[in-house]
Design a protein around this ligand. Structure first.
Ligand SMILES: NC(=O)c1ccc[n+]([C@@H]2O[C@H](COP(=O)([O-])OP(=O)(O)OC[C@H]3O[C@@H](n4cnc5c(N)ncnc54)[C@H](OP(=O)(O)O)[C@@H]3O)[C@@H](O)[C@H]2O)c1
Length: 218
């Protein structure tokens, strides 16, 4: 597939590399083409990799990932352009973290709303799937880093979009029965508010390479 990865941070580069490694053509987007991190990644990643603006990456992708800073994701997606994203699946991995008030981040949106919903409302023609935001970047594309069975969540309003997202997650190594569909995009509230717990799990265990497993009674 042609995939646009919006974001040049650890997550954007990790996803972009994993997608190239699986044979996809990937364009990484930043606020401006020629972003130093995007150029360095693209130069190292070979002929399937390219870089450009958010708009270039969105236009290039048949599907796109939102791997931008959550507090700025709407701004980034506006730069990408509604017309470039219309009808496409957007896998939103962002967390709306606000770290401006000190060491314990808060969420810029929560409780009765979420970033995933905000994006879906702002871009009604985009097929938003929230996924992968509950694990650290390395685990997103290599779930085997965490031993045993563990769970990754997806949600969104469009069943076909979730099926496509599932396919990519399975390509990253997530076993089909580890991918738990939580329903429509309002489930992004819980997936994003989980960050408060995830941050404390990181602190308590001393590693970000962690995940939770959902188990039910037989
Ligand atoms: N780090 C993890 O392991 C992890 C795990 C799960 C979820 N997440 C989430 O994934 C997302 C990406 O995280 P990250 O650590 O890779 O990178 P990040 O530093 O949170 O975000 C970097 C990206 O955000 C863009 N950006 C920053 N401010 C902007 C603004 N004012 N307007 C438009 N775009 C702006 C940057 O654009 P430029 O390229 O132009 O600089 C860059 O592409 C975040 O939402 C994060 O919460 C991270």
């Amino acid at each position: 597939m042609h995939i646009g990865v919006l974001g040049t941070g650890t997550v954007g580069r990790t996803l972009a590399q994993a997608l190239v490694d699986r044979g996809h053509e990937v364009r990484m987007g930043a606020r401006a083409a020629g972003n130093a991190k995007a150029v360095a990644w693209s130069d190292a990643a070979g002929p399937l990799a390219s870089e450009g603006s958010f708009e270039d990456a969105a236009a290039f992708g048949e599907l796109a990932f939102n791997a931008t800073a959550g507090a700025a994701s709407l701004e980034a997606l506006e730069m990408a352009g509604a017309e470039q994203l219309a009808g496409k699946v957007l896998i939103d991995v962002a967390n709306p973290l606000d770290s401006s008030e000190g060491t314990a981040p808060t969420l810029t949106v929560c409780n009765d709303d979420s970033l995933g919903e905000t994006i879906q409302r702002a871009f009604p023609e985009v097929r938003v799937v929230k996924a992968l935001n509950t694990v650290t970047a390395a685990v997103m594309v290599a779930p085997e880093l965490v031993p045993g069975d563990h769970t990754i969540f997806v949600c969104g309003n469009d069943e076909g979009a979730k099926t496509q997202a599932r396919g990519l997650l399975e390509g990253f190594g997530w076993p089909p029965d580890s991918i738990l569909d939580l329903g429509d995009i309002t489930a992004a509230r819980g997936m994003e508010m989980y960050l408060a717990l995830w941050l404390r799990l990181w602190g308590a265990t001393g590693t970000a390479v962690l995940n939770v497993a959902v188990r039910t009674a037989p």
